[in-house]
Each structure stands twice: as C-alpha cells, then as structure tokens.
Ligand binder design. Sequence first.
Ligand code: GLN
Length: 492
Amino acid sequence: MTDLTSLTLAEAREGLATKSFTAVELTDAHLNAIEAARVLNAYVVETPDEARKMAQAADAQIAKGEGGPLAGIPLGIKDLFATKGTRTTACSKILGDFKPTYESTVTTQLWRDGAVLLGKLNNDEFAMGSSNETSCFGPVVNPWRRAGSDAQLVPGGSSGGSAAAVAAGLCLGATATDTGGSIRQPAAFTGTVGIKPTYGRCSRWGIVAFASSLDQAGPIARTVRDSAILLRSMAGFDPKDTTSVDRPVPNYEAAIGGSVKGMKIGIPKEYRLDGMPAEIEKLWSQGAEWLKAAGAELVEVSLPHTKYALPAYYIVAPAEASSNLARYDGVRYGARVGGRNIVEMYEATRAAGFGAEVKRRIMIGTYVLSAGYYDAYYLRAQKVRTLIKRDFEQCFEQGVSAILTPATPSAAFGIGEKGGADPVEMYLNDIFTVTVNMAGLPGIAVPAGSDSQGLPLGLQLIGRPFDEETLFSLGDVIEQSAGRFTPRKWWA
Ligand code: GLN
C-alpha cells in the first residue's frame, strides 16, 4: 500500500470512498507518523484513543453511504481552538491543564463533517510570534533543512505546529489562526498552502482571543484544493460570534481550475522593499509570469500607506491583547499562584503564567490605551488602519481582482537566530501579511519556489472581501506551475 501519510486530503477522500483503505487505517498511519516525529515537537497533545473512535464512526458512516465531506480525514488542531475535554492552553503556562467544557464552532463543524481529531498542535504563546519560539512547550522544528546542513530551522509562527505537521505528513490538514500572518507565514516557511479568509467568514467562538478585530481562523493544507475543501467546512455564520457574517458558504473546491483569463492582477509598488533579496524579487516576477501565461493581466498598483501598517499593527494588536488577556487572573481558568490577598494572587499568577513576549505585548497595549496616550497612539493607529483599508478599496475599484505579493521577506530562519536582542527584527517578518488583517481581506500563501539553500518560498494573493474563490483559482495556477514542495524525511 502507498504511504497513507503522503496522500493529499483529496486523494485520501477518494481512497476512502473507493474503499482502498479504511478511516481507521488512515488514522493509524498518521498516529504512527506522529509518534515517530516527536523530535519536531509539532503536537502538544496527542489523542489516539479519541482518533480511533472517531475513525471507526467515520468508517461506519461511509459503509452506510452517509459519510460527510470530511468523513475519516485525520486533522490536527491548533491549540488555540477549544476542544471539549481535551487540554487547550494556547501554549501558555497560565492556562495550566485547562480542559474546556465546550467545543469551538470551527472544530464542531469539522467533526460534523466527519473529520478525525489527531491532537493539538503547538503554536506561539497566545499566537504572539512569528517563529513558534514563544510556546511554553518549546519551539517546533521545521521539517525542512538547508541543503547540506542539519541546523534546526523555525517553521514560522504562530501556527508553526500546524504548518510543520502538514509538511511532515503528521495530518492531512490543520486548523490555524491568523492575526497578522500566522497562517500565511508558516505556510510559506514549510512549502504548504494557507488561507486567511475574510474577517467574519469563520466563527471566532471558542478560539482563544488575541486581537479580536484581526483574528481569523483558516486551514493549512498540502494543496490549494485541500485548503478549499477544509475552508468550506470551517466557514459559516455563527450567531455566537457577532462579527461572523451571514452569507452562504460557496463550494470553494469548484473554483479550482476556474479560468483566470482577463483577470487584472495588481502588483503593489510599495511592496518592493529596499534591500529585498534578489531571490524573493525573482520569485515574485516568476509568479506574475505564470499568471500572465494563464491569461491574467498584470497592472502596477499603489498601496501608499503600506509603510505604516507594521507600526500600526503593533499598536492595535497589543492593545486588544492587553484587554483580552485581562481575564487570566487565576480565578476562572488554569494556573494559580497564591498570595496574601487577591491583588497579590493576581500579580503572582500573571507573573508566573505569562511568557516574556506576552508580557511585552500586555505592557505595550496597556500603555497605548492609557489616558493621555490613547489619542497619540491607539486612535492614530486606528485612523491609519482606515487608510490602509481605503488603499485596497481603491485598487479593487479600478477593477483589480487580486493582488500578488511575496508572502515573506525571506525563507525560514534558524531557531534562536532572530529577535533575541531586538523584537522588531522578528516583527519585520510580518511586513507583507499584516496589511491584509488590518483591512479584513482574504489572503492565501502558496509555495512557488525555493531559495538558494533549497528552502521553500511562498507567494501571497490578496482578494476582495468574501472572494476567496478567486484566490483559489489563482492559487491553483501558481501551484500547477510551481509544483509541490515536500521536505526530505530525516526525522523518522
Ligand atoms: N507575528 C504576528 C504577531 O506576533 C502575527 C501573529 C498572528 O498572526 N497570530 O503578532
């Protein structure tokens, strides 16, 4: 039998439907792969018993001809999604051994459609980071290595466990979240596909909140088709999230192979950064050529407020985080450190429970929201946000269907290599992705080439609100042209 962990989700779906293998066999193959890949540190909780039970139920449904769209498909879930009875900590010590008594809406929909839970995936603490190094469970190791080197690289963040697990064959797809790039950047670092849908497309209910006006869930998968299949199950209106939007969920998969002839694709001149590595520049023009060959028309566009996006993001996101994280006080959930009175207990719990990066965000956020500084920082950042959104709207008003940019300014970097002395060095990684969250737009990262050391590089396509379908059509063109990217297996 072929290695069941190297199939795409669509191939596995086909194999299950034609009874080439069972859901239990498919799940067992993944559970074995997870066990053999613990050195990658992608999973922080493994749920083999649960997985086998769910796979058996899926087999029974498939036998009756009643399997849902994801019947028997084994998935990994980012540890930011509440899973009923299964430890959920956002990879923070402050949540201790927290086991939710409820299930997030997104995962509820995945189980409704027949998917199988393999376990919870590592991420940066509270999704704050770009390298998965802020997790209280330690960093995730990227399954990719530079040619001729065994140096350990980061898988990107914050959804580093999701991206690494998908790339290494430890699940057929994974959930992820993206506040400033956390789906797209790790996808680009691991040769996988990640889509952040339009704000409001997926319910945020039951997802640990980071910055509520920016947070969106989405899938990471091996192909554009697989990410379309997963998004269809994850998306949809949920009355429990007031920002979720009530509009029908299209059959995204139908957009794969759709014609892109005559589509206008914007190339934003402000994304051509000074000192941008030549290989990123080359990747970008190669991507544009592929779209042109498929019949699209390329036009230069201007997004003049791009240069303010990163500073504005690093005010808005910490401000919302400082407010969201106020709930972790040792009273309601997770860990508690005692004190002589309640104030001491709060202080001791938060001092021991939060990691350094999370504390930095809380301090920045509290500062920019404080009386006297609110107008100068927070209010200003919100105004900049409006201008960034307007830049995109003006582009789309000119008839542009989507915008093509690099996904990241570089390939994966080494563990411990960035951000030690200067956090801004790490923050700069989000330069191409944060604008999309600030404007609430959908963005997809698709692997498109390799750097000189053999590491995968990704391109990003940014779309109109709720037009994920165009991103899938265009992403498919890039995937068909660039081929797929799979790491050499050194870990098992
Ligand atoms: N790297 C960004 C940050 O640290 C984005 C994280 C995310 O999208 N969750 O805030």
